[in-house]
Design a binder for this molecule. Structure first.
Ligand SMILES: *[C@@H]1O[C@H](CO)[C@@H](O)[C@H](O)[C@H]1NC(C)=O
Ligand SMILES: *[C@@H]1O[C@H](CO)[C@@H](O)[C@H](O)[C@H]1NC(C)=O
Ligand SMILES: *[C@@H]1O[C@H](CO)[C@@H](O)[C@H](O)[C@H]1NC(C)=O
Ligand SMILES: *[C@@H]1O[C@H](CO)[C@@H](O)[C@H](O)[C@H]1NC(C)=O
Ligand SMILES: *[C@@H]1O[C@H](CO)[C@@H](O)[C@H](O)[C@H]1NC(C)=O
Ligand SMILES: *[C@@H]1O[C@H](CO)[C@@H](O)[C@H](O)[C@H]1NC(C)=O
Ligand SMILES: *[C@@H]1O[C@H](CO)[C@@H](O)[C@H](O)[C@H]1NC(C)=O
Ligand SMILES: *[C@@H]1O[C@H](CO)[C@@H](O)[C@H](O)[C@H]1NC(C)=O
Ligand SMILES: *[C@@H]1O[C@H](CO)[C@@H](O)[C@H](O)[C@H]1NC(C)=O
Ligand SMILES: *[C@@H]1O[C@H](CO)[C@@H](O)[C@H](O)[C@H]1NC(C)=O
Ligand SMILES: *[C@@H]1O[C@H](CO)[C@@H](O)[C@H](O)[C@H]1NC(C)=O
Ligand SMILES: *[C@@H]1O[C@H](CO)[C@@H](O)[C@H](O)[C@H]1NC(C)=O
Length: 817
């Protein structure tokens, strides 16, 4: 196309005409949020933009829209955007404006939670560590320094969003805004200052003039006109503090985060759907899944302490952006069922009937012909059959049925008809599977640090790591020297608040330790040889994300705070706590950016050292074929950080094994808690690390650089793609049975087709029940070789299993992709 100036002008005019979005009026009453005057049901889901890449956003948002969401919610991540005072960063996965524009492009609304304290299992709760440099600073209370900085940053973001016309009254997607975050949970210790602060927050939010309703979550005393909202696993019993506030659930915890040393939490789709249906049955009108896509804690401002690099959260879109089934599909059907009765739910009269034993019916009547019903059985052990308005309904224990016309059940939270997908990791087919990755290595240059040289400053005490390194690096050297009268073996004892400590005496690593089981305070005790005269002691303290929660959490220290650091030999104890300590921030390799794979840098090949702490490893690899997400399996490595083509993919710690207990099967019935349905006990708490495809260069060799601080062996490291391995589906007579693979893979085999209650679960169904050769060959014919298939389960297919008849009217199929 030839583009003259004139055609550009014409195009510009056309673009402005077509795309000058119309202003949307957002208001509310006690029943619902109103969009252009109409009460609406709003299904929202959280996606935190820094936890994925801009290249992933359109796909994630399309899958969210297709999953029946109306809105996307995100926090704003202060320490990512303002890493140093008044120095801002809005590139890459911090391009928040682009994120909101993508939301709008996807046809979704947005909810912005400014915070700017966000909690979010995020490093320091999202607050920049440099705030601690400001004299008199106290976080999250009626403190002028805090309020000034909070207002400065929040105003900047609000102005940017206004500038880009992203608020609904300007034609943008943002319909709701939040100030502060879960302050009510921790305000007690602040007394009156806390009350004054939350009033200030309300006034400040109003002063931003964004033309939208404001929310405060977990804030039962939220000042008007702030809407107080609920966070939790269930929020049906929540009542806002004002009759003019609609019932809003800001965080529906549809899973839980994962921590180093802990197993993988899962929340069953049946229980989650139950919680959502109960909320709408109890007059709720807006709910937000926390998280709809959890994603990955990449570098810059990664997860808080305990938190793994994966922030999968057991969300409907998995860490890599794959659709997690049956969760995604079961919720999609629920959203569709709720939307069928939107009018009745938002405008109807409510009539609740209690039938005892946990069984209840709720009818929302708009007029004589338009009504919607929920039939619920909150009993966690007994199924029920309810006779309601002349018809009988089977209600499994811990379930809700939705009858959008109060007659026909279109959905029951415990009856999952969506495909179950078992995800598998496949080897990187771009390379010959037999050929191993070729490694080279170089040491981390420790020389000056272990000799006490090159410090940034000295002090005659042991100071907190946060107010010394200000989160510029995970690594802080504490270096000192001591005169010993004669050569002897002595014990070095270091009391530290964690999170990891490496101790060097006269250049030799004498010990490494971390606080296990989430208890980061520990004592390192190690014997070492000391020579007569001057001895160097260098202690490398390593943080794994800073604490993010609690009243005055910013005062919880990290590193060797006060110690004591002692030397014990024979009968004497030398206390080094008030020695002259020299401090040095960061590693040499961080300063020289070894991970950028600068060609000038010397890498050694040949013998690759293993179990060698403080070693950099490098390899190159081909981009895996296909479209499926890519992971790197870091099995065999200890602890450190990884980069692909210079992009940090997070901290790794496969050596940190999840506790052996706590994986006790799963019954979706009964109140959920994070410990309930775990898997992965006794396995590395995180073995696979996401490599976003946008970090890769197709057709060229890609560089993987690993920094190993504890000692590991890269020989088993390999790249894989994540896709659907096994798909299981069931359907009743008259319904359609669907099966699908992903990423261009096709169904290679039908493993199993059975009527009735088959033995086992998806991935491990056992033959020997009521199978049908006829149905088996029909499904094989229809599905094998295809990416997805649909089969209508008619009369002809049912009732016949291998020679005998069955009364079952439903079919279960398992396929391999
Ligand atoms: C934020 O602080 C800077 C000075 O550090 C000032 O120039 C700027 O005007 C402030 N912004 C707001 C919105 O107060
Ligand atoms: C729902 O609203 C109706 C009518 O306002 C009220 O009677 C009922 O108690 C409410 N139910 C719940 C669970 O809040
Ligand atoms: C509420 O529903 C019950 C059960 O269907 C019915 O008996 C009752 O009359 C209804 N009440 C109102 C006010 O409609
Ligand atoms: C559940 O049902 C059983 C038997 O139907 C009853 O004994 C029990 O009290 C019920 N539990 C609740 C919480 O209603
Ligand atoms: C009930 O409301 C619906 C939706 O506004 C309308 O189509 C229908 O005619 C109404 N029925 C009666 C009996 O008023
Ligand atoms: C600390 O010292 C090193 C080495 O002199 C220097 O590169 C680095 O910039 C210093 N860092 C700070 C935060 O002063
Ligand atoms: C070790 O450090 C912790 C945390 O700073 C402190 O509470 C404790 O008193 C210290 N232990 C000793 C023996 O000083
Ligand atoms: C330790 O003290 C005891 C008793 O005071 C003494 O006999 C011994 O020689 C001392 N040992 C050292 C290594 O100083
Ligand atoms: C962790 O490292 C230690 C020491 O190298 C090793 O013995 C252990 O097997 C490793 N554990 C895992 C899970 O990799
Ligand atoms: C099965 O697939 C068909 C066609 O894609 C679709 O219309 C139908 O809703 C699907 N059924 C289920 C239960 O997902
Ligand atoms: C049906 O039964 C025959 C004989 O018992 C057996 O050989 C065949 O494998 C069965 N088919 C299926 C699908 O189970
Ligand atoms: C199964 O039932 C059908 C219809 O009721 C009947 O025609 C057929 O003979 C039965 N087959 C067996 C093996 O019992």
């Amino acid at each position: 196309m030839v583009c003259s100036k004139r055609s550009w002008l014409v195009a510009l005019v056309l673009v402005s005409l077509c795309c000058l979005a119309r202003s949307t009026d957002v208001s509310h009453d006690g029943r619902a949020i109103k969009i252009n005057g109409e009460r609406r049901i709003i299904i929202s889901g959280a996606i935190h933009y820094p936890r994925s890449t801009p290249e992933m956003w359109p796909d994630l948002l399309r899958k969210a829209k297709e999953g029946g969401l109306d809105a996307i919610e995100t926090y704003i991540f202060w320490n990512g955007h303002e890493p140093r005072r008044r120095e801002y960063y809005f590139e890459g996965n911090y391009d928040v404006i682009r994120f909101f524009k993508e939301i709008q492009n996807a046809g979704l609304y947005a909810i912005v939670r400014f915070g700017p304290y966000v909690c979010a299992e995020w490093d320091y709760g999202g607050v920049p560590a440099w705030l601690r440099k400001i004299p008199g600073m106290e976080f999250r209370t009626n403190n002028q320094q805090w309020k000034d900085e909070m207002a400065n940053f929040t105003t900047l973001i609000a102005d940017m969003l206004k500038q880009e016309r992203l608020f609904a009254p300007q034609g943008g997607p943002i319909i709701l805004a939040q100030i502060e975050n879960e302050y009510g949970n921790i305000m007690g210790p602040f007394g009156d200052a806390g009350k004054e602060y939350i009033q200030w927050c309300a006034n400040f939010a109003e002063s931003l003039n964004v033309g939208l309703p404001w929310i405060m979550c977990q804030q039962s005393d939220a000042p008007q006109p702030m809407i107080n909202t609920c966070n939790g696993y269930y929020c049906d019993n929540f009542t806002p503090n004002n009759p003019n506030s609609p019932k809003i659930w800001t965080e529906n915890w549809l899973g839980w985060f994962k921590a180093w040393g802990k197993p993988d939490p899962h929340r069953p789709a049946e229980d989650l759907a139950f919680a959502v249906a109960r909320f709408f049955q109890a007059n709720g009108t807006l709910q937000n899944y926390y998280m709809y896509h959890g994603g990955t804690n990449f570098a810059r401002t990664p997860g808080g302490p305990y938190i793994t690099t994966s922030y999968d959260y057991d969300a409907p879109l998995d860490e890599y952006g794959n659709i997690r089934q049956p969760k995604w599909g079961h919720l999609k059907e629920l959203h569709a069922a709720l939307k069928l009765m939107e009018k009745a739910l938002t405008y109807g009269d409510v009539n609740n009937t209690d039938f005892g034993n946990g069984v209840a019916a709720t009818k929302f009547s708009y007029n004589e012909t338009l009504s919607g019903c929920f039939l619920s059985n909150a009993n966690q052990s007994s199924d029920a059959t309810l006779e309601y308005q002349g018809a009988k309904y089977f209600l499994p224990a811990w379930s809700v049925s939705i009858l959008p016309d109060c007659k026909q059940e279109v959905y029951n939270t415990a009856k999952v008809t969506t495909q179950t997908s078992i995800m598998v990791k496949k080897p990187n087919k771009a390379v010959d599977e037999a050929s191993d990755l070729k490694w080279s290595w170089r040491p981390e240059i420790l020389g000056s640090s272990v000799s006490g040289l090159g410090g940034n400053f000295t002090e005659n005490k042991l100071s907190d790591q946060i107010t010394t390194a200000f989160d510029e690096s995970d690594y802080l050297w504490y270096m000192t020297s001591v005169d010993i009268s004669h050569q002897q073996q002595m014990t070095l004892r270091v009391n530290t608040t964690g999170h990891v400590l490496h101790a060097f005496v006269n250049g030799q690593l004498v010990g490494s330790q971390y606080g296990p089981n989430g208890n980061w305070v520990f004592v390192l005790e190690q014997t070492a040889n000391f020579k007569a005269g001057k001895n160097h002691i260098s202690l490398l303290s390593v943080t794994v994300g800073l604490k993010n929660y609690g009243a005055r959490y910013e005062l919880d220290p990290a590193g060797i705070v006060g110690g004591p650091v002692q030397l014990i030999g024979g009968n004497i104890t030398i206390d080094l706590s008030t020695n002259e300590w020299s401090y040095k921030i960061g590693l040499d390799g961080e300063k020289t950016k070894v991970y950028l794979d600068n060609p000038d840098r010397k890498w050694y090949s040949g013998m690759i050292p293993t179990q060698r702490p403080f070693t950099w490893y490098k390899t190159t690899f081909e981009t895996p074929l296909g479209l499926d997400p890519v992971v790197v399996d870091l099995v065999g490595m200890g602890k450190g950080a990884a980069w692909v083509n210079g992009n940090n993919i997070g901290r790794f710690w496969p050596n940190y094994t999840a506790s052996a207990d706590g994986c006790n099967g799963c019954d979706y019935r009964g109140a959920y808690k994070a410990e309930k349905c775990q898997t992965g006990c006794g396995e590395p708490s995180q073995r696979w690390y996401h490599v976003p495809r946008s970090f890769l260069k197709p057709g060229e060799p890609n560089a993987l650089v690993l920094f190993e601080e504890a000692g590991g062996d890269p020989v088993q490291v390999n790249f894989q793609t994540v896709t659907v391995g096994t798909a299981c589906s069931s359907a009743d007579q008259g319904k359609t049975l669907n099966l699908s693979c992903q990423g261009g893979l096709t169904i290679s085999n039908i493993d199993f087709a059975s009527f009735g209650d088959p033995k086992g679960t998806c991935g491990g169904y056992e033959r020997g029940g009521c199978e049908s050769d006829e149905v088996y060959s029909l499904i094989s014919e229809e599905c094998v070789g295809k990416e997805s298939c649909s089969i209508q389960i008619g009369e002809n297919l049912l009732g016949k299993c291998n020679g005998s008849n069955t009364s079952s009217k439903s079919l279960v199929v398992q396929a391999t992709c």
